[in-house]
Ligand binder design. Structure first.
Ligand SMILES: CC(C)(COP(=O)(O)OP(=O)(O)OC[C@H]1O[C@@H](n2cnc3c(N)ncnc32)[C@H](O)[C@@H]1OP(=O)(O)O)[C@@H](O)C(=O)NCCC(=O)NCCS
Length: 191
């Protein structure tokens, strides 16, 4: 079965943090987020002034968390006309679900959240050596707009800065996993 078939997307809650941390340390061994960082993000994810949207993908059969993602909406642009800018803070899928379309589903939900936050654009940073993630972002229309030298420490790895303009018009690219999109990081970010 594909990720679409086997996992359900839902809001990340505090009780998911232990499971998410386990995946985080496996998938981002050099710069895993701390427990406190996830707590801090989730503290801004609820209520009328919420600026964050965090999701987990949970297997239908059982409790296992097999993916997660988060987005932050911050500050209106300086000219005051465009809406706030969103940042993909993190996105990750367990290795045994790679290539099943789950990453695409998570990203689709983040872009919906960016639209709900009325964001004019979505930004993210991605390690230059993370080709798989770059391809995912490019399929959604993200473009490389710059490089941040030595962004990821301690490995001193550069980050590509990628941008998607007007996420509200971005249609989820053909979902290779089939099915519809019925789902519902130091300080550097993973997304
Ligand atoms: C990046 C990441 C989130 C992608 O997740 P994913 O679930 O593999 O993403 P998808 O399945 O939606 O797409 C990945 C590829 O699988 C292909 N694919 C998706 N479903 C497929 C299916 N059912 N059969 C065959 N291929 C499929 C997609 O076409 C895509 O290929 P492409 O990149 O060559 O176009 C995942 O690899 C990951 O967690 N990596 C480690 C953490 C990380 O690097 N995060 C990003 C930080 S910037």
């Amino acid at each position: 079965m594909t990720g679409t078939d086997t996992a359900v997307l839902r809001e990340m809650r505090w009780w998911d943090i232990d499971s998410v941390l386990e995946l985080e340390r496996d998938l981002f061994p050099e710069d895993a987020w701390s427990r406190g960082m996830f707590w801090s993000e989730l503290a801004h994810a609820r209520g009328p002034g919420a600026t964050r949207r965090y999701l987990v993908a949970q297997e239908r059969d059982g409790d296992r968390i097999v993916g997660y993602a988060g987005l932050a909406a911050a500050g209106a642009e300086s000219d005051g006309e465009a809406g706030p800018v969103a940042d993909v803070q993190t996105i990750a899928v367990t290795r045994d679900h790679w290539g099943t379309g789950l990453g695409s589903r998570l990203l689709t939900e983040l872009l919906k959240a960016a639209t709900a936050f009325e964001c004019a654009e979505v930004m993210l940073e991605c390690r230059v050596d993370n080709v798989r993630a770059q391809k995912l972002y490019e399929r959604f229309g993200f473009e490389i707009i710059g490089v941040r030298r030595g962004y990821y420490q301690p490995g001193n790895v550069d980050a590509l800065v990628m941008r998607l303009t007007d996420p509200s018009t971005t249609v989820s690219p053909a979902n290779p996993g089939g099915g519809n999109d019925n789902g519902v990081q130091g300080t550097e970010i993973h997304g």
